[in-house]
Design a protein around this ligand. Structure first.
Ligand SMILES: C[S@@+](CC[C@H](N)C(=O)[O-])C[C@H]1O[C@@H](n2cnc3c(N)ncnc32)[C@H](O)[C@@H]1O
Ligand SMILES: [Zn+2]
Length: 199
């Protein structure tokens, strides 16, 4: 069984900092806010984040924050999620792979960035900077546009994650850009097989 995690760990981002100072950790954290974007209903899935105004290229729109956990704990939570999804319950994935040792569980209430959906033609990307994850605009984003980034899911079990991003080049499934050709290839092969079997 494979882990389904957000983000793209290249193994280079070792510097890990706690998201909150120790003293503040006891207080209930307030939901993160962004001057650039707000949460509302999305046509892609559930709720999403939308630009409140023009967002210039390169802007750090919001931090993807959450609970910092070990890889082992990440595994445990992901397996529990897969079980829940198998029973038809909430199968949303919030665990972000920070580096080779640490994951961030972004399912916490205060992580507003958890609402950002995936797109096959995203306008943002996730960047790990000194142990923190930022959602950064990769081009200018117009007011009202939905923010999105590539969730970077692996090919394995791709059919469990249909994509509804609506982009022209949508692969039909949430799979990282470098592997989408495999999804398209499998779809073409499936069609040909179907055509041969038709009476
Ligand atoms: C981090 S949540 C995103 C926020 C979600 N829309 C919500 O309202 O909670 C990730 C989950 O959203 C859904 N999702 C995100 N992007 C999607 C897309 N392009 N197509 C279909 N479902 C998507 C999937 O269920 C995924 O596991
Ligand atoms: Zn798509």
């Amino acid at each position: 069984m494979s882990l389904m995690l957000l983000g793209r760990c290249d193994g280079l981002c070792y510097e890990v900092r706690p998201t909150m100072p120790k003293k503040a950790a006891k207080k209930k954290p307030q939901p993160t806010r962004s001057e650039w974007a707000a949460v509302r209903g999305s046509q892609i899935h559930g709720r999403g984040m939308f630009a409140k105004k023009t967002i210039p290229k390169g802007t750090r729109v919001i931090e993807y924050t959450g609970e910092r956990i070990t890889k082992a704990e990440g595994w445990r939570r992901e397996l529990a999620r897969q079980e829940r999804a198998g029973r038809g319950a909430d199968g949303c994935i919030y665990i972000f792979e920070l580096n080779t040792k640490v994951d961030i569980d972004g399912s916490v209430r205060w992580n507003t960035a958890r609402y950002i959906n995936h797109s096959c033609e995203p306008n943002c990307e996730s960047q790990v900077v000194r142990g923190r994850v930022w959602i950064v605009a990769i081009g200018e984003i117009g007011p009202g546009d939905e923010l999105s980034y590539d969730y970077y899911y692996d090919y394995e079990h791709y059919h469990e994650h249909p994509c509804r991003c609506g982009a022209k080049s949508c692969a039909g499934y949430i799979v990282k850009a470098p592997l989408r050709w495999r999804v398209r290839h499998a779809a073409r092969k499936g069609k040909k097989k179907g055509a041969r079997q038709a009476p």
